[in-house]
Structures are given as structure tokens and as C-alpha cells.
Design a binder for this molecule. Structure first.
Ligand SMILES: *Cc1c(COP(=O)(O)O)cnc(C)c1O
Length: 350
């Protein structure tokens, strides 16, 4: 047949029956979402499903805007942050010069560049998986920065981002903050000073709502108008009425998320310490996962062995990551089980 598109899609982590395995391969949250969501679902008015959902999700935008200390016209909602990022790529990168992102980052970025025919250039991170911003060429179409980065868990300082925003005032810089609540600092407050900054967030990771599919973008009204126009050119009702109601409940229950996210950070430092004792080298993480490597046990073999014991972690078969495992932080009990097994595997008692 003629006219069929050829494209290499993004390959997500496996979705397996989570009740039968310890699932630590896609950075979903270890704990359930806010218990208040049960009440939201129980009292949800069916008439809201009879009608189309609101085009701009005003109620949800208001809650997000209030959390950020901004007005509603700085916020755009979408069907997960994959959706908001895809929209941002289409909206802000109609450029001839290549957009820049590192060679090790979220695997979806090159896929969107191919899909939307955006020229791009990968900037290799150094041996410590750090950016060297001085290597960014002067003629660029824009920049994408995951902060904290995935799958390394590393952060870039606020000052470094400010320097970039000032160096490239005519280019949009997207900062993907998918793991924001596990990190100390957000650059979202900078949007009112830097009209070229666009920040994306998701409820998937730090709000334990990967199945809900709600993400949002924060940026100047000028950027927001463009991204909304693109969104309304293909899927105006991207966030359904039920998802909007659930997302509002979650975002309003800050006390609950502070508690469970604190628990994750606690387990993360406990688990990182255990890994060190087992001889692993683990990158300092600012997310709900760790990237780790063992000097004498091959990552792909450990990955297989863990899988045989129903523990799923992420292995990237790429030149620079093939020695590493990315392990999401589960509950304390799950991480104790993982530690016990890794102890056996690295001491070859199995
Ligand atoms: C998980 C993830 C996303 C996608 O989040 P969704 O809202 O579930 O689509 C985007 N960026 C990064 C860096 C992620 O890790």
C-alpha cells in the first residue's frame, strides 16, 4: 500500500501483572494515590460524562495556578505529560537550527523530533553524566532539559538554567519536571521572569496517578496561547471530566503526598546505602529511582535474574547505559526483598 508512515516508536517499560511481581521498571509510585479520590469517584455526577469535558480544564488549571502562585492563563493541561511535551515540541520548535538535548535523557524526545520532523542534535553528557553547557553551539532552535534527568536522577542547578535562559532569549527552553516532588527545587517560579521558559509536569510519578493520564505545562501566556492553539487543532478535550475531578482532589491533598513522597525519599536513601554495601556504585538520585552499576556483575544478567524472581527493573541495552540498572523505589518492604535477592545474586549463593 502507498502512503503509510514509517516510524520507530518509543519503547516503554513492560507493563506486567503488577499483583504478581514487584514492579520497579517504569517509576510508578510505590503507594496508592490520595484516599480522598474514592470519595470524588463515589460522588461524581454522571451528567458530567454525558457532556464533553471542558476544553481548557479551567477548574484544574485554577488549582495548579494557585499551587504555583500564578494566574490560570499560564497553565495548559493535557493527557499526561507525554501529551504536553508532544504539544510543546510541535508548538515551540518550528525551527531550522537543531534543538538540543543530551544523549542520555528521556527516550521520547528523539521520537517526537522524528515524528514532527524537528532537526535535533544530541549533546553527549560527560563520564559523570553531567551537562557541559559550554559545548552548546550558538545557533540552536531550542533546548530540552529533564530536571532531574531520567534515567540518571541527576539535577542541573537553577543558576545553570538561568544562564541558559539568558544566553538563548529567543529560543524556548523546555524543562521536564516529571520528578519534581522528589527534588528540592523547581524552576517553575522563573516563568514570570523568563518568557522563553516552559516547564512540564505530570501526576504520573509524584502523585501516584500514572493510569489517570494528566500532565500540564507552565509558561508565559504567549507560549500558553500557542500550545493551546495546537492542542485545540487536534484534541481539544484531552483531559476527560473524570480525570479532571480526580486530578483536582489529588493536587489539593498536599499533606498526603508530602507524607508518601517523604517515605519514598527515606526508602531511597536506605536502599542506596544497601546497594553500596553490596558493592554497587549508585548515582545520587533526586527522583524515585536509582541508576546503579556493579563492577563485577553484568547488569543484563542481574536484570534477567531479578526477572526470574518476579522483580522487574529497567535495563537499557544502549552503549552508555548497558552496565546500569534503573530501579524504581518501591515500598520499604519491596526494597528489602530486592536487597535480599541482590545480596544472594552478588554473593553467588543462588
Ligand atoms: C514518565 C515521564 C514522562 C511521561 O509522563 P506521563 O505524564 O505519564 O506521560 C515524561 N518525562 C519524563 C522524564 C518521564 O520520566
Amino acid at each position: 500500500m502507498e502512503g503509510l508512515r514509517k516510524i520507530q516508536p518509543y519503547i516503554p517499560g513492560e507493563q506486567v501483572d503488577y499483583q504478581r511481581v514487584i514492579k520497579l521498571n517504569t517509576n510508578e509510585h510505590a503507594y496508592l494515590p490520595s484516599p480522598k479520590i474514592k470519595e470524588t469517584l463515589a460522588t461524581f455526577d454522571l451528567a458530567k460524562l454525558q457532556r464533553y469535558s471542558s476544553v481548557d480544564n479551567q477548574a484544574l488549571c485554577r488549582v495548579i495556578a494557585q499551587n504555583e502562585g500564578l494566574e490560570d492563563e499560564w497553565i495548559t493541561t493535557a493527557n499526561g505529560s507525554d501529551d504536553i511535551l508532544a504539544l510543546a515540541f510541535q508548538s515551540f520548535f518550528q525551527t531550522k537550527a537543531p534543538i538540543i538535548f543530551p544523549d542520555i535523557t528521556y527516550g521520547f524526545y528523539p521520537v517526537w523530533c522524528e515524528l514532527y520532523q524537528i532537526p535535533y542534535q544530541l549533546l553527549p553528557l560527560d563520564d559523570q553524566f553531567q551537562w557541559d553547557f559550554t559545548k552548546i553551539p550558538q545557533a540552536i532552535g531550542g533546548l530540552v532539559l529533564t530536571n532531574p534527568n531520567a534515567p540518571t536522577g541527576k539535577t542541573v542547578s537553577k543558576q545553570a538554567i538561568i544562564d541558559l535562559l539568558e544566553r538563548f532569549p529567543e529560543q524556548v527552553i523546555i524543562v521536564d519536571e516529571a520528578y519534581q516532588a522528589f527534588n528540592e527545587e523547581s524552576v517553575a517560579p522563573l516563568v514570570s521572569k523568563y518568557p522563553n521558559l516552559y516547564v512540564t509536569r505530570t501526576l504520573s510519578k509524584d502523585h501516584a496517578l500514572a493510569g489517570l493520564r494528566v500532565g500540564y505545562g507552565i509558561g508565559s501566556p504567549r507560549l500558553t496561547q500557542v500550545i493551546k492553539a495546537v492542542k485545540n487543532s487536534y484534541n481539544p478535550y484531552a483531559v476527560d471530566a473524570l480525570a479532571e475531578a480526580v486530578a483536582i482532589t489529588a493536587l489539593e491533598d498536599r499533606a498526603y503526598y508530602q507524607k508518601v513522597n517523604q517515605q519514598i525519599l527515606h526508602t531511597r536513601s536506605w536502599f542506596s546505602e544497601q546497594l553500596t554495601q553490596l558493592g554497587f556504585n549508585t548515582l545520587e538520585s533526586h527522583t524515585n529511582f536509582v541508576l546503579t552499576t556493579h563492577p563485577s556483575h553484568k547488569a543484563n544478567i542481574l536484570y534477567q535474574q531479578l526477572k526470574e524472581h518476579a522483580i522487574y527493573v529497567r535495563y537499557f541495552d544502549t552503549p552508555r547505559l548497558k552496565d546500569y540498572l534503573r530501579i524504581s523505589i518501591g515500598t520499604q518492604q519491596e526494597m528489602e526483598q530486592v536487597t535480599t535477592l541482590l545480596r544472594k545474586l552478588t554473593q553467588k549463593e543462588i
